[in-house]
Unconditional design. Structure first.
Length: 295
């Protein structure tokens, strides 16, 4: 399959490892990624300030994908949700769609609502499939127990098309098992990373994120796998800061993008999936995998 790759704002400016791992891994699974020329912000940050600007920017990016005659793959969950919301809203409001198209005409663009909005987890689970993923694994993560963290915007709001059941998700766990690792359900699985508190209540954010990391460690997991750049910013990059703020037990947990684990299990190098850019102790886990494979 061929998809228009939408990176958004956060991934190409901060979360380089996500982009690197996706570009290395997906083509090896039969997914061709095509860059979107002229893509912009999805508009989500402007939503509470100027709804027209939000609608315009999301529709604009979708119109670019339509010109390419491709479905679009936003790597960021907020971008993907923004596209889903705008798609549904403009489909139900022909007057609003006409207004947005009158603005898009100044750029020679027209939004029709023809490109499907994909999610990375949905592409891996529903399009590539667990069987193909399992067959691609060369370095199975045997004996490693990994916690699945979905993130709020991967699953909610439930009234929009989401890649998994918002109340009882299972696809990320199934994808973890497909690379040979163990996983299980746990009470805090759907707990928030706290990222949206970053601008207003950093101490509260530290306690929310630290509590989730501690719970994962206390449940006996060796690492966490996730699919959201904002969750990764919290859990991977800020563990030490959270430990300092909370000031209780020191938490240290390897945190991966799922696609990093997938690519490494497929035989791609650590640098090839961007693990040199992770700030949590991911390499300690991979050394553990290597030792177990040799024994």
């Amino acid at each position: 399959m061929k998809l228009a790759l939408f990176l958004g704002c956060t991934i190409p400016t901060e979360q380089y490892a996500f982009e690197i791992s996706v570009r290395e891994t997906l083509p090896k699974l039969g997914v061709k990624l095509v860059d979107m020329k002229g893509a912009s912000c999805c508009g989500c940050p402007l939503r509470s300030v100027n709804e027209t600007a939000w609608l315009y920017l999301s529709a604009r990016n979708l119109a670019l994908a339509e010109e390419m005659k491709l479905d679009v793959l936003p790597l960021c969950n907020l971008c993907e949700l923004s596209f889903q919301e705008v798609t549904k809203l403009l489909a139900s409001r022909p007057d609003l769609k006409e207004r947005i198209n009158s603005l898009l005409e100044k750029e020679g663009l027209h939004y029709r609502g023809e490109s499907q909005v994909k999610s990375l987890m949905g592409v891996l689970y529903d399009d590539v499939g667990l069987e193909r993923i399992a067959q691609s694994v060369k370095r199975p993560l045997n004996g490693i127990k990994i916690a699945a963290h979905y993130g709020c915007h991967t699953l909610m709001p439930s009234e929009y098309e989401r890649p998994d059941d918002p109340w009882n998700p299972h696809k990320l766990e199934d994808l973890i098992r497909a690379v040979g690792a163990e996983t299980e359900d746990y009470r805090e699985k759907l707990a928030c990373c706290g990222a949206l508190l970053v601008a207003s209540a950093e101490d509260a954010l530290a306690h929310v994120a630290w509590s989730k990391l501690k719970a994962v460690g206390d449940r006996g997991f060796d690492a966490m796998a996730l699919v959201c750049p904002f969750c990764h910013k919290m859990f991977d990059a800020r563990q030490e800061a959270f430990n300092l703020v909370v000031g209780r037990e020191h938490v240290t947990l390897p945190v991966f993008y799922y696609v990093q684990l997938l690519g490494w299990a497929m035989g791609i190098s650590e640098k090839g999936v961007g693990l040199n850019l992770n700030m949590s102790p991911t390499r300690t886990l991979l050394r553990k995998v290597r030792r177990r494979r040799k024994s």
